[in-house]
Design a protein around this ligand. Structure first.
Ligand SMILES: Cc1cc2nc3c(=O)[nH]c(=O)nc-3n(C[C@H](O)[C@H](O)[C@H](O)COP(=O)(O)OP(=O)(O)OC[C@H]3O[C@@H](n4cnc5c(N)ncnc54)[C@H](O)[C@@H]3O)c2cc1C
Ligand code: FES
Length: 259
């Protein structure tokens, strides 16, 4: 874990979606898919708490974060300019588990809305290791799917879905997942990130189909480093137990999550 004053070296905005590229050698070197950073969005005390963002992409000495503008912190972050510095802590948490025998195995990566953020890095790593990632990318409408081209550029198969039918599968990403399961019956594992209700429905389908699954959970992170207990989630381990999502997660096995 490092604290870094990372220079913003790139920025793209699509309505309320933002992609920031940050120069940060040490964090980039150690980052794994599913891990996150905590960003101090302002030099003043407002907002006081750092905000958590998944590591969306890593390339030589750089990381990217991809976020939706939803409130005060993300608004301030969206107004940062290329050349400015951003104070970040990372890489934090435990990410997705990709086994060493990924070669030729098939995976569904299911991302709803901003939940797509960590799955780009994961898809790239699975592909690099010889596995086959198939990405399901769902949103309300076409304009909320700004990352499609990024997946195409990496030659990663991506299936979009929109609730209003403006692009791809017309309906919920959970329905698209059920449909896609009929096409492939040798899925090794699924990796999921998105709104709680979406993940809960995916978990039911995964259980019905006896699929191994990992989910990246979102809760309110006060510190991101295991110090405040603000982020606890209830898990099924030897017995039911509250654990800190920031340090023991945010990625957990489907077998232990109590939805
Ligand atoms: C591990 C993790 C990884 C995340 N990765 C991404 C990502 O890659 N891209 C992305 O768009 N979003 C991501 N989020 C959510 C993101 O952190 C929140 O949207 C952001 O903190 C909201 O800040 P705000 O000040 O703009 O919103 P606020 O005005 O504070 O609140 C708006 C909404 O954001 C939620 N929120 C506020 N603070 C936090 C917090 N500290 N932790 C979690 N939720 C919060 C509130 O419950 C509320 O629903 C992630 C969250 C977690 C826990
Ligand atoms: S966010 Fe503080 S302990 Fe997890």
């Amino acid at each position: 874990m490092f604290v870094d004053s990372a220079q913003i070296i790139g920025k793209k905005i699509w309505s309320d979606w933002v992609l920031l590229s940050l120069k940060t050698y040490k964090i980039a070197e150690q980052a794994r898919p599913g891990q996150f950073i905590m960003a101090k969005v302002n030099d003043s005390f407002h907002p006081l708490l750092r905000r958590p963002f998944s590591i969306h992409n890593v390339s030589s000495g750089e990381i990217e974060i991809f976020f939706q503008i939803v409130g005060i912190g993300t608004t301030i972050l969206s107004e940062k300019k290329v050349g400015e510095k951003l104070n970040i802590i990372g890489p934090l948490g435990k990410g997705f588990n990709i086994t060493s025998s990924v070669q030729n195995k098939e995976y569904y990566l299911i991302g709803g809305g901003r939940g797509i953020a960590p799955l780009f890095f994961l898809a790239k790593e699975i592909k690099k290791a010889g596995g086959k990632p198939y990405v399901l990318y769902g949103a309300k409408t076409e304009k909320d799917l700004p990352l499609l081209k990024k997946f195409w550029d990496e030659e990663i198969q991506v299936y979009p879905s929109t609730e209003d039918g403006t692009l791809g599968w017309h309906g919920l990403i959970t329905e698209l997942f059920e449909h896609k399961l009929k096409e492939r019956n040798k899925i090794e594992k699924i990796f999921v990130c998105g709104p709680h209700e979406m993940m809960k429905k995916i978990a039911l389908i995964a259980e019905k189909n006896k699929l191994d699954a990992e989910y990246s959970l979102e809760s309110i992170f006060g510190c991101g480093i295991g110090a405040c207990w603000g982020c606890v989630v209830k898990l099924r381990r030897e017995k039911e137990k509250w654990v800190k999502a920031c340090s023991e997660g945010p990625v957990f096995s489907g077998k232990e999550i109590i939805w």
